[in-house]
Ligand binder design. Structure first.
Ligand code: TXA
Ligand code: MG
Length: 344
């Protein structure tokens, strides 16, 4: 199959993409978080093509993307007031809500769960595609399962050239990490995945928030978890990733003691001079955490090379968007962290 790449700026793109989705085929769509691999979320055969293209485990449900916040009422029932408050505050935007699913949502989209994840993305062309298709678009991150997510059309092309009919190129994704996921189906709202909408922002609207254990710790692959996607090894390049915590100086000293010629250093732009002799790669500025979230997956993809033995990574501290960056890097590192303040 020939894979067409069309600019989101082109007038006909949304119409062409919507027709392909209506016809039950896949389209890679830009969003503010990462590129998604989209299909008609109400069509089981189309949804099956997403799982096949990604090599995604069948027990991992998909997010349904809607063109307008009010559309969730078509696909969800028993919607609590908190969902309307969150939609009002953060949609369109990088927030996904888990709500009770209506019967019209097929089992393959929800992986058999009684709930469905819904999101209204902050990308005008993608919302137009969804509106014109007239169906909600199921879309996981477009990466092949287990690989770092796709934040440019080129990343999608690298993973799916020849396998999907269309990639809509909307330029690099601004947020760069996948949406925040909050489960609203229990008594207390539960954060299943941190993202561009921060825990502090959620708390300000909800007044309460439980952080799921899958956010902060490695989950056994046989465990029963709220967000099935959280238990898989994720976002990881082929090399072993180790996070080196501690001050700039202590971390640099630790890395210089341990790194070999086959290793690479993933650091902040401010730290590049410290690693001039060990082939460093910066993923953004420590003093502007949004550049780190926007740059992380592109950097992990650059380092996804079988020649590289180990990656020593620096991770931002604190809350806000840094919390999401920490989560993705820790998952890439399988929660391997050394503290350069105490270890030599
Ligand atoms: O930013 C994003 O959310 C991107 C863009 C394309 O919108 N999509 C994305 O999808 O990250 P994906 O499939 O890579 O991640 C979806 C996560 C998975 O961890 C999945 O297990 C979880 O959402 N999920 C989906 N439906 C769920 C449900 N009903 N209950 C709990 N978790 C759910
Ligand atoms: Mg994903």
């Amino acid at each position: 199959m020939k894979t067409l790449v069309l600019s989101a700026a082109h007038q006909q793109t949304a119409k062409i993409a919507a027709k392909i989705i209506k016809d039950g085929e896949l389209v890679a769509i830009p969003t503010e978080t990462v590129y998604g691999l989209g299909a008609d979320g109400l069509n089981p055969e189309a949804v099956a093509k997403i799982f096949a293209a990604k090599g995604r485990p069948q027990d991992n449900p998909l997010i349904l993307h809607v063109a307008a916040p009010a559309d969730i009422e078509k696909f969800c029932h028993s919607i609590p007031a908190s969902a309307y408050l969150l939609a009002e505050a953060f949609w369109p935007g990088p927030l996904t809500m888990v709500l009770p699913a209506r019967d019209c949502v097929p089992k393959c989209t929800t992986a058999g769960l009684p709930t469905v994840a819904v999101r209204c993305p902050d990308n005008a062309v993608t919302r137009e595609i969804i509106r014109l298709a007239g169906v909600p678009v199921a879309a996981p991150s477009a990466n092949i399962s287990g690989k770092p997510s796709t934040t440019t059309a080129q990343h999608v092309y690298d993973d799916h050239n020849g396998k999907i009919p269309l990639i809509v190129d909307g330029g690099p994704c601004q947020v760069g990490v996948e949406s925040t996921i909050v489960d609203l189906t229990e008594e207390r709202p539960r954060l299943l995945r941190p993202g561009g909408i921060t825990p502090e922002q959620l708390l300000a609207v909800l007044g309460d928030l439980v952080v799921d254990k899958a956010v902060t710790a490695q989950i056994d692959k046989d465990a029963v978890v709220k967000a099935p996607g959280m238990k898989y090894k994720h976002y990881a390049p082929q090399a072993e990733v180790v996070i080196v915590a501690g001050s700039r100086e202590k971390a640099a000293a630790y890395i210089h003691r341990h790194a070999t010629a086959k290793d690479r250093v993933l650091c902040f732009e401010e730290e590049l001079p410290l690693y001039a002799d060990c082939n460093p790669l910066s993923y953004g500025r420590e003093d502007c955490v949004e550049t780190l979230s926007a740059g992380l997956f592109a950097a992990l993809r650059k380092l996804d090379n079988p020649q590289i033995h180990k990656i020593y990574a620096r991770c931002p501290e604190g809350g806000g968007v840094a919390y999401a960056v920490q989560n993705r890097l820790k998952k890439a590192a399988a929660f391997q962290i050394v503290d350069a303040e105490v270890e030599v």
